[in-house]
Design a protein around this ligand. Sequence first.
Ligand code: SAM
Ligand code: SF4
Length: 341
Amino acid sequence: MTAVGPLRDRFGRVATDLRISLTDLCSLRCTYCMPAEGLDWLTKAQRLTDDEFVRLASVFVGLGVTSMRLTGGEPLVHPTLPAVIARLAALSPRPALSLTTNGVTLAGRAQELAASGLERVNVSLDTLDRERFAALTRRDRLPEVLAGIEAAAAAGLDPLKINAVLARDSNLDEAPALLAWSLERGLRLRFIEHMPLDADHLWSREDMVTADEIQGLLSAAGYELRPFGRRGNAPAEEFEVLDGPGRERWAGREPRVGIIASVTRPFCRECDRLRLTADGQLRTCLFAQTETDLRAPLRNGACDAELAELIAEAVAGKQAGHGIDAVDFVQPARSMSAIGG
Ligand code: SAM
Ligand code: SF4
């Protein structure tokens, strides 16, 4: 293959992290992400096959991509997930492999996923209250998710991270309880600011819970936080939890909490991410208005060097930032679950 990597854009950023959306399908219907009736799902023919995912992944690895996160939709809905992980783990050089999941069917699969080569997992969990969970996700599946988190920890998937989106009208008051619960279990909780990527287009800046507000809430609940390390190209700002309620229960566990403030404290200037959708479209930003079709050339017999050229060209044109604050900001046509969050 012609060497066209590393994947540098015109602002000097180098893309090394690829998020692969294995499927647009999902087992939940989180209100901040999807409508109750679901979306217009891709057809089987539109979705990439496992061979196609792995072939593209190998081209990305040849271009300097060193980490891959499998997401969706819900990646655990993908029937051959362990096999895909094993094939990605066999690439050379081997990329770091992680998964973002709603955890609903994780309990029965965590061991197998770890054995296939998965190293880390992020589980999304916005509430510990069963009724609230059912209202927020439109499915009564909290017990399964909690069992999934336990199973992932038992399978040695470490660090185990919990992603929580706070909404003013449902779980905002639960931020301290989510933190207490996570600290006691040695889990890394990260709060994510809601982004204008919901399929229902209900996002509004006024309703969004900001990073400042989350820090204020945690501090009012008695948590003392100190910035930890440099954010760099990591989306989460990390904080060490120096003190707080129930401290004796998490002593000696490297207590930390993160905030992913994509809206109010964007990390675009250091962004090293690319996204491949389940139908083989390359997106250089969550908020991009354009995509580069890799599926058609792949299916029309393009060689690795040709695919690499297309990818390099797309990365070169990556936009400076998400532009949410611009007056002419337009939400992308695809929503979060269809892009691969
Ligand atoms: N289904 C899996 C899950 O929920 O973890 C993976 C895909 S989901 C799109 C990935 C992450 O995006 C989840 O943590 C979810 O909470 C978050 N998310 C979904 N819609 C969002 C939005 N509009 N703004 C911010 N985060 C969002
Ligand atoms: Fe599904 Fe994840 Fe979106 Fe919830 S956030 S509807 S689990 S894709």
